[in-house]
Design a protein around this ligand. Structure first.
Ligand SMILES: [Zn+2]
Length: 385
């Protein structure tokens, strides 16, 4: 913080914050539903070029990549934020304001991360900060939902394979540091039966009722509090009419834990519950037969960046300089991928505070949010060496 160019960059980050909050609104009003991040990606590509990053490109997973060369090409720090949101196509992405509070889907998660990244690039450029190592900035795809971390997986397995020494993801709000990557299994289970008329074919097995039995069993699971292990039936669908026995039904289920064994245990229970539910439904009615498929639609590898590793110590020390002294946290973010590979990685918040991540009424209070940009900037400088 004593280095004159770093000092100047930190000052620039603060001065530029109002501009980047306007940019955040613009970016957030470009819809980026799962698997359709391309339009927002093109905007980031233009912004990266406008900020004079080198070799700006979009890889085959839709990640927007731009390089800020250091004195050497290594260490290469990848500094990332995700483009996608959880909101489906057609969602009203208009951002409204009430004083310092912005409200709109994705305003914190992760439009905030994207503009913190832009604010860092601009401030480094303005103050002409020289780093020994290189910083590669990435606006990545597929962090949320069924995106299954496909952008980050592609970075590590293909487009930047073998070239990433450290990884920082800016995701969401606050000044926390996530060092534990919660792993998950996600399934889409489809139940099928013959279907028929609700009156005429009464007595036939019913896929929705079979699914109901499965959901009731899942709801009764006992899971450890520590290590925190969770389950959720997140979406359901099926059937054609109120007076028809459905021929299909489906549900999407998510299970999570940072602990591999606890995750495997809940996964085993889940598979047994679905099988038992189908057996019970078939036994109950005896006419027709339910079949099912449980398709694994997402696997997020669990992982931990050791608390005594340089990247964690640096991140916590930098955060402390900005008044944040909380303990490191856990989450399921782009950092899961490098954590699982043993590459030093943390996920940090983008400053400010808010509520309602993944909800339509998500808010971001911009009060003192520049501190988040400054923290990210100092961390980037500290790690690019
Ligand atoms: Zn996020």
């Amino acid at each position: 913080m004593e280095d004159p160019t770093v000092k100047a960059a930190l000052a620039a980050a603060k001065t530029n914050e109002p501009h980047f909050i306007e940019e955040e609104v613009r970016i957030c009003e470009i819809a980026a539903p799962p698997f359709h991040e391309d339009e927002r990606g093109k905007a980031l590509e233009r912004l990266f070029k406008g900020l004079s990053l080198d070799n700006v490109r979009i890889d085959k997973a839709g990640n927007v990549i731009g390089v800020r060369p250091g004195a050497a090409s290594h260490p290469n720090l990848v500094f990332a934020a995700h483009l996608d949101t959880v909101f489906p196509e057609g969602t009203d992405v208009h951002v409204t304001r009430d004083g310092t509070v912005l409200k709109g889907p994705g305003i914190g998660d992760d439009c905030r991360g994207l503009v913190v990244m832009l604010g860092v690039i601009q401030a480094l450029k303005e103050a002409n900060v020289k780093t020994p190592g290189t910083i590669t900035f990435v606006a990545d795809t597929g962090e949320e939902g069924l995106g299954d971390l496909r952008g980050t997986k592609n970075l590590f397995n293909d487009s930047l394979k073998g070239q990433i020494d450290k990884f920082v993801s800016v995701d969401g709000l606050g000044l926390g540091t996530t060092i534990t990557g919660v792993g998950s299994y996600r399934y889409r289970v489809t139940f099928r039966g013959p279907g028929g008329h609700s009156f005429g074919a009464f007595g036939m097995v019913n896929p929705i009722q079979a699914m109901g039995r499965a959901i009731a069993k899942i709801d009764a699971f006992e899971v450890p509090k520590d290590p925190k292990t969770t389950f959720n039936v997140g979406r359901v669908g099926g059937g054609t009419s109120v007076n028809a026995i459905p021929f299909d039904a489906w549900m999407e289920v998510d299970m999570r834990s940072a602990d591999k064994n606890s995750l495997e245990a809940v996964n085993t229970k889940f598979k047994a519950a679905v099988q038992e539910a189908v057996d019970e439904e078939n036994h109950r009615w005896g006419r027709g037969s339910i079949t099912y498929t449980a398709d694994l639609v997402g696997v997020r590898p669990p992982g931990v960046t050791p608390p005594d590793s340089a990247i964690v110590i640096t991140s916590l020390a930098v955060s402390k300089l900005f008044g944040f002294t909380g303990a490191p946290g856990e989450g399921s973010t782009d950092s899961n991928v490098p954590m699982n590979l043993g590459i030093p990685a943390v996920t940090i918040g983008g400053g400010g505070h808010g509520s309602g991540a993944h909800a339509l009424n998500e808010t971001f209070d911009t009060k003192d949010s520049y501190i988040g940009t400054q923290r990210a900037l100092l961390l980037a400088v500290a790690l690019a060496r």
